[in-house]
Design a protein around this ligand. Structure first.
Ligand code: PLP
Length: 363
């Protein structure tokens, strides 16, 4: 029977993409060799990267005054790149904290820039066990920040911020776990970045979408491969890029376009998330601990009310083909990551399994 993979990342990729990749693994584009074994500067590979950028620009409606970079170093690589590219010796930045990853970004920023250049604002309000995002009026903070950093989807905590922020400073957004899951207005952002291994492709690649004018900001000394200006100048090929990951990302973009683009995928994502949250709410065996309006569409966290049953739940789920449902070790419980590649059917089958498990284990 089928395996449904709910891993938070590296996550499942669209089946059609994997089948195509398998069919052309040993002979890509009629070259008699795999895409992994050719020069990143060959005309065939350059054509692939150009098409990937065209497709990504179309999928996200990226305005022409934004650069698109394909970089190394995943999400965390960008935690440091943002600081080194934008902060200089005396700039300040504001970091909103709504969970594990935004908090990790703060740690890295403070390590590189020093405590005094980084201000933080906790935007989580707790009501009992329930977390809710509450953002103050940023315009009332009388500060001159180079940028505001935030993470609109906290992968570990299952918390998402759906409203676009109203910020007086350029917004830097870590969209590692929700890029292309729903439509956004790129022009409201200064920089968007994402590690690839959820909605884009395999790990090893990250995508940066950066507004041209931000590249004028003063830099700190940094490694050349993480320098946005050099990346732009060299077409993301200052050094050898992760070519296989780039190829798969290009295939995922193609698949997304063939699936109707982000607007269509968003509709399916909304149905998937609604199906799962409505079931969790309807059944007093499970609970979710995030305020309704901040429940992540990509990472559905939930708890068994009787946590003594956790191990049994994971064991039986795995035997039934539902893998990687264990919550992050820092928060416990369960997490079903339902990125773009997860079909609605996978969520419906998971709900059937969860209902059956609840029936059999009710006190
Ligand atoms: N930011 C977010 C929102 C993430 O979910 C992750 C990884 O799961 C990261 C950053 C770190 O990504 P990487 O492991 O590619 O450095």
């Amino acid at each position: 029977s089928a395996t449904y993979n709910f891993c938070a990342g590296p996550a499942m990729l669209p089946q059609a993409v994997m089948e195509k990749a398998q069919s052309e693994l040993l002979d890509w584009n009629g070259l008699g060799t795999s895409v992994m074994e050719i020069s990143h500067r060959s005309k065939e590979f350059i054509a692939l990267t150009e098409q990937a950028e065209i497709d990504l620009r179309e999928l996200m409606s990226i305005p022409s005054n934004y650069h698109v970079l394909f970089m190394h170093g995943g999400g965390r690589g960008q935690f440091s790149a943002v600081v080194n590219n934008f902060l200089g010796n005396n700039g300040k930045a504001l970091y909103l904290v709504d969970g594990s990853w935004s908090s990790a970004a703060v740690d890295e920023a403070k390590k590189l820039a020093g405590e005094t250049q980084i201000d933080t604002l906790n935007i989580i309000e707790k009501n009992g066990a329930t977390s809710r995002v509450s953002i103050p009026n940023l315009k009332e903070l009388d500060q001159d920040y180079r940028y505001l950093h935030y993470c609109p989807n906290e992968t570990v905590d299952g918390i998402e911020i759906f409203d676009e922020l109203d910020s007086p400073w350029p917004i830097v957004a870590d969209m590692s776990s929700n890029i292309m899951s729903r439509e956004i207005d790129v022009s409201r952002y200064g920089l968007i970045y994402a590690g690839a291994q959820k909605n884009i492709g395999p790990s090893g690649l990250s995508i940066v979408i950066v507004k041209d004018e931000l590249l004028q900001l003063p830099q700190l000394p940094q490694s050349s491969i993480m320098d946005y200006r050099l990346g732009v100048k060299h077409g993301s090929m200052y050094n050898t890029p992760p070519t296989f990951a780039w190829y798969l990302a290009a295939e995922v973009f193609r698949w997304l376009k063939a699936s109707g683009g982000v607007a269509e995928v968003q509709k399916t994502n909304e149905r998937k998330a609604d199906t799962l949250y409505q079931f969790i709410d309807s059944c007093d065996f499970y609970e979710n601990r995030v305020a309704f309006e901040n429940r992540s569409m990509m990472n559905v966290t939930f708890y068994l009310k009787d946590e003594a049953l956790n191990d049994e739940f994971i064991k039986l789920a795995k035997a039934a083909g539902f893998v990687a449902l264990k919550g992050h070790r820092s928060v416990g419980g369960m997490r079903a990551s339902i990125y773009n590649a997860m079909p609605l059917e996978g969520v419906e089958k998971l709900v059937e399994f969860m209902a059956d498990f609840a029936d059999k284990n009710k006190a």
